[in-house]
Write a protein that binds this ligand. Structure first.
Ligand code: N01
Length: 530
């Protein structure tokens, strides 16, 4: 039997849930398929110890419904994974979203039919659904990357990935735990695992920068103040003065023309406050290497002050431009290396040779381990989309269309894949913003576009090849005006062997929002509407 609907949504995280709600409000019939057994997406899968958002909870939450904003009470400045998941479960119940979601239902293929202008979706659990529109709400960081290390299959202990963490708590007491990877996930998990494990061995390939999160409980009075001014706060977050979709205060001076003592005071103040504000202390930090060096050097001095063993501190010194990989926020990460039960292995000096049945053998030693935790990130932005067999016009596989890297227009549409929209896709600001604001924006834009199509009798919406080519150039030009493309980050696809190097997210959320509004107001130029 084929399920017939208007819009098929893939994924029930922040994006998919809001897509169901927004599209239903316009009277569309929606069917959503979700691979997990519950809602939540990122926050369903990433249950590792210490998992916490790096955007403030009062901003990393939906703004589309005022009563939801007023009713929900966040307990901490930066919400932990369990609280965010509870929030999304609440949203699913509050807006009765579950009735349109099929859980444990991984989409395997999506095929467009030129004759009927319909998409057919097939899932691993045997469902076939057909709809006019396809909304990919599959997440930017959802396809877990486990490195192909020799011998991995022989390991007799437990193998875990931060992005696929089991539902039941993992008991690390008395265990020797190896953690591979020191990005945002590793930096959050390592201190928490070290509190329980007998020994933690951290395998670090590239040292990274991290700024204290300074997480804290949110007192009642502060929340009351936020709730009394929520609309203004959200508007500030979206304004050009922030660039990030959250109120992170942007400095207005250049670091290079600020006297050294004043510059140091500003860095110190932002370090004390914690959060991403550190990297926006001055206007030139992410565009001028000499300015960036000043901020990087400040963080390196902080690491040296915290880590007692000078050899370990040396190994933890990052050298790339700060911010060119996603800046990490931590709670006691560098301090963890002062613990007697934590050891750092610098893979540049001593690379992993193979995983053995009982641990890891590096070029210089064998380390016995009971658990192996991969905090090795994701095949970002394209991984989840390309894991499905998506076929557009004339059966064109998306994998083929994107062989040299993803090509989208506005991050929303793909040439030759009519009536398919991506939420927070490559070419959109997504991961360079407060994701929830970006998601709400995309979903509303897509909803408005579909409503327009229905009103105008349009059955097919397709980004043009030239618009997408221009957009890819635009994204890469904007990125090239910053230091963002200067290191081997997942923004560039550099973390996945063989992945084409194309800078995927677009810096500058407010400018992007304006551009999308202009496109819509002018007959959706860059799209063919027929
Ligand atoms: O993944 P990552 P993540 N051998 O790709 C290493 C968001 N997030 O899951 O740098 C050895 O950043 C890799 O080394 P290198 C956030 O946007 C947010 O930590 O490639 N090591 C790196 O150290 C973030 O940016 C939050 O040399 C290998 C690590 O694994 C994004 O998700 C929390 C390796 C991967 O770091 C991804 O973060 C968590 C190999 N073969 C995540 N392969 C918050 O909100 C990879 N590595 C706070």
């Amino acid at each position: 039997m084929i399920e017939e609907t208007d819009v098929i949504v893939v994924g029930a995280g922040f994006a998919g849930l809001y897509a169901i709600h927004r599209l239903r409000r316009s009277g569309w019939r929606v069917r959503c398929f979700e691979a997990g057994s519950g809602v939540g997406g990122t926050w369903y899968w990433n249950r590792y110890p210490g998992a916490r958002c790096d955007v403030e909870s009062i901003e990393y939450s939906y703004s589309f419904d005022e009563s939801l904003e007023q009713d929900w009470t966040w307990s901490e400045l930066y919400a932990g994974q369990p609280e965010i998941l509870r929030y999304l479960e609440h949203v699913a119940d509050r807006f009765d979203l579950r009735r349109d979601i099929r859980f444990d239902s991984r989409v395997e293929s999506a095929t467009y039919d030129d004759g009927t202008n319909l998409w057919t979706v097939r899932t691993r659990d045997g469902v076939t659904a057909r709809g006019r529109f396809l909304v990919m709400a599959t997440g930017a960081l959802s396809s877990a990357n486990v490195p192909d290390l020799p011998g991995l299959g022989d390991f007799t202990g437990r193998v875990l990935h931060t992005g696929r963490w089991p539902h039941e708590p993992v008991d690390f007491r008395g265990a020797r735990v190896g953690v591979v990877g020191t990005g945002s996930s590793g930096i959050q998990a390592i201190p928490r695992i070290a509190e329980h494990a007998e020994q933690v061995v951290v395998f670090q390939r590239t040292p990274g920068y991290s700024v204290p999160a300074r997480n804290r409980p949110l007192p009642r009075e502060e929340l009351d103040e936020v709730k009394a001014n929520y609309a203004r706060l959200r508007a500030e977050g979206r304004s050009r003065a922030t660039a990030f979709g959250a109120r992170t205060p942007l400095g207005t001076a250049e670091s290079l023309s600020t006297p050294a003592a004043a510059r140091e005071r500003e860095f110190e103040e932002r370090w004390r406050t914690g959060g991403f504000g550190f990297i926006s202390a001055f206007t030139d930090l992410v565009v001028e290497r000499a300015a960036n060096d000043l901020a990087a050097d400040f963080v390196r001095r902080k690491i040296r002050n915290v880590v007692r063993d000078p050899a370990v501190a040396d190994a933890l010194m990052p050298t790339a431009a700060i911010g060119c990989k996603r800046l990490c926020l931590d709670s006691g990460y560098f301090e963890t290396y002062n613990r007697a039960n934590v050891r750092l292995v610098d893979l540049n000096r001593s690379p992993i040779q193979r995983i053995t049945p009982t641990g890891i053998r590096t070029a210089t030693e064998s380390l016995p381990l009971d658990h192996l935790v991969f905090a090795t990130g994701f095949d970002a932005m394209t991984g989840a989309l390309l894991a499905m067999d998506v076929r557009g016009q004339d059966g064109l596989p998306l994998r083929e269309a994107w062989r040299d890297g993803p090509r989208t227009y506005l991050g929303l549409g793909v040439p030759r894949f009519p009536n398919m929209f991506i939420v927070a896709g490559p070419g959109s600001p997504s991961v360079l913003t407060n994701m929830v604001m970006a998601i709400e924006h995309h979903v509303e834009w897509i909803g408005d576009c579909l409503d327009h199509a229905r009103r105008s009798g349009i059955v097919r919406i397709e980004a043009t090849t030239s618009a997408a080519a221009g957009w890819v150039r635009h994204v890469n030009n904007v990125a090239a005006s910053t230091l963002l493309p200067t290191c081997n980050s997942w923004y560039l696809g550099a973390n996945i062997p063989g992945k084409p190097r194309v800078f995927m997210p677009l810096p500058g959320f407010p400018q992007y929002v304006e551009r999308c509004a202009t496109v819509a107001a002018n007959g959706y130029f860059g799209f063919n509407l027929t």
